[in-house]
Design a protein around this ligand. Sequence first.
Ligand SMILES: [Zn+2]
Length: 133
Amino acid sequence: MPVTRRQIVGRGLAGRCPNCGGHTLFAAGARFTIHERCANCGLGFNRGEGFFLGPLVINYTVTVIVFIIPVILLNVHGVISTKAAIVATGGGALLIPILLYRRSWSWWLMTYFYFLPQKLSGNVDVQHEGGEE
Ligand SMILES: [Zn+2]
């Protein structure tokens, strides 16, 4: 049964393996260490050198757009003081990436496999069969 893009998005938003939907991205006790492979289906989560930069970019982008820019705008429009803005942006820049770390990996895997669904092991056989028709 092929994995659809809709399933990939749903599993990505739920923090699950994009291939089988298992809760297998991170070990139960390990907050920041992603598994090399899915324990359920064997899908490799690290797709090669530099792949880890994807979650970092997502994490940084979300932090800036959702928190840093609004705080700066509040300061520019005089709602909060400059000192409060500096403290808030500094604290947010440290805390938000930690809180989003696991989600950013899930969102990155979702993005990667959304555009390359044929790379999922659940779709390899389907892709091959489709090529023979
Ligand atoms: Zn899996």
